[in-house]
Design a protein around this ligand. Structure first.
Ligand code: XMP
Length: 322
């Protein structure tokens, strides 16, 4: 991979950066069409705004509804962009993703199934149909570093997928954020006029809620962890933590409801203090907050009889459970 020159947040002039990158995108795409996928994360949101600035309606932006996002997430993100004058089309690909996840329980196999379905199937078809010759992608410097170091399999680094986009799909990739790290992207996103809900968005993994349950990601189990996630995000909204999450376990435990034995579901809560996700410590949440969460989870999520809080630090724990 060619060497990339880093722009640190201290030296970044967000206004200048935006002008330069928009000009670069316009120059490369000319009067052609570009395409991108928006997830609502800060990287893909910043790229969407940059591309829109450069190309207007000649940038086609899609939100792929993979069925494993949080409650109402596709519609919320689309409405944020609508307010900014950017049209985003939702593509319902739930069936494709659930079909690819069927029967898979291994965490890395789940990630692989999602990545392959996204690029080779759903997005691949969209590109072919749209006639776009350019793909705008929100790769950042950390993605490249982790790829080179072999730490993580990045869903957006094509080399790792064994895909040559030019050969496979007939398009070129433009990566306007590749000199930045997350703090720089947040600054650019703010300068692009995106709301705080986007530029300060809590990290959420690419494999979405399928990373928040142990075992097979069926529609039913995703619905359960989605509900738990909504409750958790509502209850902890004012907590200043790096990231918080609800995890659905695979093992069941005996509980009791209405004087009857119930072999029920277990939800694990995790809430992390961290600077850069490399190390993390469990947030010292007040016990009353945990109790309130537990009461709501057992009352509102069908079948849940046990709620736990993870108190082990990373390392050796990791932030996500799968
Ligand atoms: P871990 O679990 O590795 O998480 O301690 C560190 C940070 O990375 C996020 N994460 C992911 N993000 N795809 C992503 O896009 C993934 O497969 C993935 N796994 C973990 C996690 O949410 C945390 O912020």
């Amino acid at each position: 991979m060619p060497q990339v020159k880093e722009i640190t947040v201290a030296t970044l002039d967000a206004g200048e950066f935006i002008k330069e990158k928009a000009a670069e995108i316009s120059q490369i795409v000319g009067d052609g069409i570009a395409i991108n996928a928006l997830s609502g994360g800060v990287d893909s949101s910043a790229v969407t705004m940059l591309g829109h600035k450069a190309l207007g309606v000649r940038l086609k932006t899609y939100f792929i509804d993979n069925g494993i996002m949080r409650e109402g997430e596709p519609q919320q993100i689309v409405s944020v962009f609508k307010k900014l004058g950017v049209n985003v089309e939702i593509i319902d690909a739930q069936d494709e993703f659930f079909a690819s996840l069927k029967g898979i329980t291994d965490p890395e196999e789940k990630r692989e199934a999602i990545t392959q379905t996204f690029y080779k199937k759903v997005f691949g078809n969209l590109v072919k149909k749209s006639g776009a010759k350019y793909l705008l992608q929100g790769t950042i410097l950390t993605d490249i570093d982790e790829t080179v170091a072999g730490i993580k399999r990045q869903h957006n680094v094509f080399e790792q997928l064994g895909i040559d986009p030019q050969e496979t799909f007939g398009y070129k990739i433009i990566e306007p954020l590749v000199q930045l790290r997350k703090d720089g992207v947040r600054k650019v996103a703010q300068a692009l006029g995106l709301p705080v809900s986007i530029y300060n968005r809590m990290p959420f993994p690419g494999p979405a809620l399928s990373a928040r349950l142990i075992g097979e990601a069926t529609r039913e189990r995703i619905a359960l962890v989605r509900k738990a996630t909504s409750i958790l995000e509502e209850e902890l909204v004012s907590v200043k933590a790096f990231q918080y999450m609800a995890i659905l376990h695979n093992d069941r435990v005996t509980g009791m409801r209405d004087n009857k034995r119930e072999f029920g579901q277990q939800i694990e809560i995790r809430c992390w203090d961290s600077i850069d996700a490399r190390q993390a410590h469990p947030t010292q949440l007040p016990f009353s907050a945990l109790e309130k969460l537990a009461n709501r989870l057992v009352a509102e999520v069908p079948g849940v009889v046990s709620v736990t809080y993870n108190i082990a630090a990373k390392p050796p724990s990791t932030m996500e459970a799968v």
